[in-house]
Design a binder for this molecule. Structure first.
Ligand SMILES: [Mn+2]
Length: 347
């Protein structure tokens, strides 16, 4: 531990020694802690208890994500993550982050003693980390902090129990976006965790979320009222719903639309639009929903519109139907304009 010059053996010896010597260990994750942060925090607390059974670990993060809470509930972790430390600590472990910014303002005050701080992380090395922690286990080539935790367990010769294996695998699944970004080593560590007792399907299920009932109803109603416009090779879907317009757009894209535009009037004098497009649509047509569609639409509804290329919206007070029709016109003109330029340039 403590810089790249230290040999692996030294690292192990000093990490064990630090944990043995610390009666109160503070384990800190980043702000709005995601499943990789939370699962590696719990795994580290358990590792600490194996090395120092009398020690007291505290798990703290400035807020944890809804999904992280769900994961902890599924695997019935008895270790809770709190918003602030309840007592003093003699050693600090920072997980899944290596910057002040990610810690959040409240936690920055806590990480004040670099000699007594260890950081374990897989993010791009932040230069300011040397001021936060003297002891560093940073591996940018690893998929997740949970993957690094598996290595630390094995380096220290401590067996991973089935429940910890579940948490670590869940953190890895989350950070790799279900192994979309994973190489041979990550996959082989995942198999090690399954052999240690992790239930792959349960891990996957622990990360699944279902939108609220009202949101699902809105999405289904928007799908039922859809109009399909074929412009060139593109499929443009428009619909009307008075709530969850953005979610309805995402639903229509999932159903197969290249562009989805959903308008609603949740009350008198309120007209709202939301829109989404696929990356492919923007890359091939160059049409930005923000500047090319929602901005001019904002004027028609006597309000304002804008946003990003693939996700944009508009708010106003009138002309819902007129604006919906006009949005199709705008896309048509833009696609056809683009088409004729293509032909000119290729001739
Ligand atoms: Mn991570």
């Amino acid at each position: 531990m403590g810089g790249e010059a230290a040999s692996g053996d030294e690292e192990k010896v000093s990490l064990k020694a630090f944990l043995k010597d610390s009666d109160n260990l503070l384990i800190l994750g980043h702000q709005n802690a995601d499943p990789d942060a939370v699962c590696s925090m719990v795994a580290f607390a358990r590792l600490y208890k194996k090395i120092n059974p009398d020690g007291t670990p505290q798990l703290v993060a400035d807020d944890i994500s809804r999904l992280s809470n769900q994961v902890l509930e599924v695997f019935e972790s008895t270790l809770k993550v709190t918003a602030a430390p309840e007592s003093n600590h003699d050693f600090l472990v920072l997980l899944d982050t290596n910057s002040w910014f990610q810690l959040g303002p409240a936690m920055q005050q806590i990480a004040k003693n670099p000699d007594k701080t260890l950081v374990i992380d897989h993010h791009e090395r932040n230069p300011e980390i040397d001021q936060i922690a003297v002891h560093q286990i940073i591996h940018c080539d690893k998929s997740s902090t949970c993957e690094i935790m598996v290595k630390i367990y094995s380096d220290l010769g401590i067996q991973i129990d089935a429940n910890t294996a579940n948490l670590l695998l869940t953190g890895m699944i989350f950070d790799t976006r279900r192994f979309l970004y994973a190489g041979k080593e990550t996959l082989s560590i995942a198999i090690d965790l399954i052999e240690a007792g992790a239930d792959y399907n349960k891990c996957l299920r622990s990360l699944q979320t279902k939108p609220d009932r009202s949101e699902r109803i809105a999405r289904l109603k928007a799908a039922g009222r859809v109009n399909v416009h074929l412009i060139g090779d593109w499929i443009i879907a428009t619909s009307r719903i008075n709530a969850f317009e953005a979610s309805a757009c995402r639903g229509l894209i999932e159903l197969g639309a290249d562009v989805a535009i959903v308008g609603g009037s949740p009350s008198k004098k309120v007209v709202r639009f939301s829109s989404r497009s696929t990356r492919d649509f923007f890359e091939k047509t160059g049409i930005s929903l923000g500047s090319d569609v929602m901005k001019p639409l904002g004027q028609i509804i006597d309000g304002e519109g804008g946003g990003h290329a693939n996700a944009a919206g508009a708010n106003g007070t009138m002309n819902l139907e007129k604006a919906l029709v006009h949005s199709i016109e705008l896309i048509k003109v833009a696609v056809e304009g683009k088409h004729s330029t293509d032909e000119e340039s290729s001739s």
